[in-house]
Write a protein that binds this ligand. Structure first.
Ligand code: UD1
Length: 371
């Protein structure tokens, strides 16, 4: 059998957790070369390098070092630089992950070079075209030959859009592979104790979506709600660089007599450890909706919609409008009776990467989508 070459393209923080288990699974397959390209969309140690280190991902074979910019600048820079890499490596398949600008840029280049595209986390839809990620998802799926879906609602979305069933592979949620793999280390780390939170109810929050942090009125209102909650329970807030800049522009900082802790972005193991011990997570992240659901930790997602509806129907997630008074009220209701629940979601079982590797290697011993 001739050797097949697969390029994985990653660029932004949420991509790295999706790459890690597949990098391990592909490393153990014979007749396969796996080349990892980092676009450089995220470049701070805390946003990128820490994840490679924490998750044991080998250093990328190539870094395109595109950095930040407008959507057009960033997408165009990735396309220009990735085209050369693709022509040099001559891959059989290019794998792209999730819904960031690096995902759609690499998919466009590959499709135009006639290279097969595989999309890990295909089929999710919020139906909210004001989110750049929704545009990235829909375009990437349209360009993909292999669509690896995390949940059956994603299959339904793709079928409704006319994607041939034979391209769709319901493999499960690859983020959960990483969670399952890292959970023992996260529990051993005991981040709550390190943050002097052991045995106390506390909240973990992250906010970085442009809709929540780029509008001064919305950010001020949400920050006010977090301040109120932090009068009674500690609120730990690892702050994304985008959010840090906006808070600083508005002069928003924790008030005295509150326990609102603005900290630097934390690595994956520490974050999982903090989330695992939390009474409540308040977020606008996609990944945290899934991670809290798996762990059974209550989650309030500050968005009018979600592309991950299974976290609401089967998990612990609830959507709240970006309104400080509503957020505070919902948070207090959960904190008055904090409890974890048992959640089980189909194929969120830590074996998604192996299923994807089986498809890529042409083996399929499991019930893997339609042949
Ligand atoms: C991107 C993704 C978003 C994902 C998020 C996770 C897109 C369209 N959006 O949003 O889906 O949820 O990553 O973090 O791809 N910055 C730094 N250091 C870095 C990276 C960024 O300081 O390492 C700052 C820069 O000022 C940059 C800003 O953050 O302009 C935004 O970064 P960008 O990659 O454009 O988008 P994110 O908001 O991170």
């Amino acid at each position: 059998m001739t050797q097949r070459t697969i390029i994985s393209v990653v660029g932004a923080r949420p991509n790295f957790m999706k790459l890690a288990p597949l990098a391990r699974a592909l490393a153990s397959r014979r007749d396969l070369r796996h080349v990892v390209v980092h676009t450089g969309q995220h470049y701070d140690i805390g946003m990128s390098g820490a994840f490679f280190r924490d998750l044991g991902i080998p250093d990328p074979d190539l870094n395109l070092e595109v950095g930040s910019g407008t959507h057009a600048q960033q997408t165009a820079a990735i396309m220009q630089r990735f085209e050369g890499a693709c022509l040099e490596v001559q891959p059989d398949v290019v794998l792209v992950y999730g819904d960031v600008n690096s995902t759609v840029a690499a998919a466009l280049v590959s499709a135009k070079l006639g290279v097969e595209v595989g999309h890990v986390e295909a089929g999710l839809r919020s139906r909210d075209w004001s989110m750049p990620e929704e545009i990235n998802r829909a375009v990437t799926d349209r360009l993909s030959n292999l669509l690896f879906t995390p949940s059956r609602d994603a299959d339904d979305n793709l079928i409704a859009e006319g994607v041939p069933e034979k391209r769709i592979h319901f493999v499960g949620n690859i983020m959960i592979d990483t969670l399952v793999y890292v959970l023992p280390a996260a529990r051993a780390l005991d981040a709550p104790a390190q943050h002097a939170l052991a045995g106390r109810p506390y909240v973990v929050t992250t906010l970085h979506r442009p809709a929540n942090v780029d509008d001064p009125a919305v950010l001020t209102d949400l920050f006010g709600a977090l301040t109120q909650i932090a009068r009674t329970v500690p609120v730990v807030f690892p702050v994304h660089p985008r959010t840090r800049a906006r808070l600083s522009d508005l002069g928003l900082a924790p008030e005295t007599n509150t326990d609102l802790r603005l900290i630097e972005p934390v690595g994956y193991v520490e974050m999982l450890s903090l989330v695992d011990g939390a009474a409540l997570v308040i977020t606008d992240s996609g990944g945290l909706q899934e991670e809290t659901s798996y762990l059974g930790v209550p989650c309030l997602t500050v968005r009018p919609n979600t592309e991950r509806p299974i976290t609401v129907s089967a998990g612990t997630n609830r959507l709240v409008q970006p309104d400080g008074a509503i957020l505070e009220g919902e948070s207090r209701a959960i904190l008055s009776d904090p409890r974890r629940v048992d959640v089980e979601i189909e194929r969120w079982d830590g074996r998604t990467a192996d299923r994807i590797a089986d498809v890529l290697c042409g083996e399929r011993g499991w019930d893997g989508g339609t042949a």
